[in-house]
Design a protein around this ligand. Structure first.
Ligand code: CNA
Length: 242
């Protein structure tokens, strides 16, 4: 490890030790080291070839009009049910238990923060682990959707919809309010593994008013210039040292 990186890790370690209500705001880059591809890295989903771009397939209109094609993509590319939490997920859960971290605000839908033991996880974009019948409201797990091998239906015959926020759909009000509250009251905000281009989620970090904004991301983001600390390293490796 070079001395600059070692100094960055030391600073973050100290800030975490002093924190009582830190918030972690994350995205798909948090789970790439668990084997789940993100959207915008070179081997991410946006650089793979499909008949439609992912933001078209993952839209509400597409779900309604091309349900079979939606599920073909979704079952193949969005459900990584064998993925395990990495050092980032695991250390965040410990920091919460130790009383340093207030919450994880995530754009991810993979459930790995809960699998790692985090209690307060604000899922801005929902979760692949919840799927509900559009007719009777009954819930099904992700395994059921994956096994369906086509369009999944409820026992009542209704169509199942993942409890995931698709493009064109709104975010859950309470989750947004809780996220704004925690971020506005945070004494440290760590933003990691996110390109910060998907709104309204990305705009939430603007509610942070403190002087300890940390950015951990492999590529540059629009928030780098106002960050107090920028670490350009794999986030799992970073958290393994904290
Ligand atoms: P994104 O736009 O794909 O950006 C990911 C960012 O993470 C990029 O800037 C990468 O450089 C960076 N990155 C990748 N790997 C690492 C790493 N190991 N360490 C540090 N940085 C890394 O993803 P966003 O989350 O910003 O975009 C929001 C979308 C992606 C949300 O709606 C998610 O639901 C959606 N998504 C979620 C998952 C998941 O749940 N795991 C997977 C793929 C996409």
């Amino acid at each position: 490890m070079n001395t600059e990186y070692a100094a960055e890790i030391n600073t973050l370690r100290e800030w975490l030790k002093e924190s009582k209500r830190a918030v972690f705001f994350g995205g798909a880059g948090v789970s790439t080291e668990s084997g789940i591809p993100d959207f915008r890295s070179t081997d991410g989903l946006y650089n793979q070839q499909y008949a439609w771009p992912p933001e078209v397939i993952l839209s509400h209109t597409f779900f309604v009009e091309n349900t079979a094609e939606f599920y073909r993509f979704y079952q193949d590319k969005m459900l990584y049910l064998d993925a395990k939490p990495n050092a980032c997920h695991l250390r965040l859960a410990e920091l919460e238990a130790e009383g340093h971290l207030r919450s994880v605000v995530t754009q991810n839908i993979d459930g790995l923060h809960q699998a790692a033991g985090s209690k307060r996880v604000l899922e801005l974009h929902g979760s692949v682990h919840r799927n509900y019948c559009e007719r009777c409201g009954r819930f099904y797990d992700a395994e059921y959707v994956k096994q369906a091998g086509g369009v999944p239906h409820c026992e009542c015959g209704g169509l199942l919809k993942p409890d995931v926020v698709l493009y064109e759909e709104g975010l859950d009000d309470q989750t947004l309010l809780d996220s704004v509250h925690d971020i506005a009251n945070a004494d440290l905000l760590i933003v990691g593994g996110t390109s910060l281009v998907v709104y309204p989620a990305a705009g939430l970090i603007n509610y942070y008013r403190g002087k300890r904004l940390v950015l951990i991301n492999m590529s540059a983001t629009s928030a780098d210039k106002r960050a107090n600390l920028v670490i350009r390293q794999p986030i799992g490796e970073v958290f393994a040292q904290l």
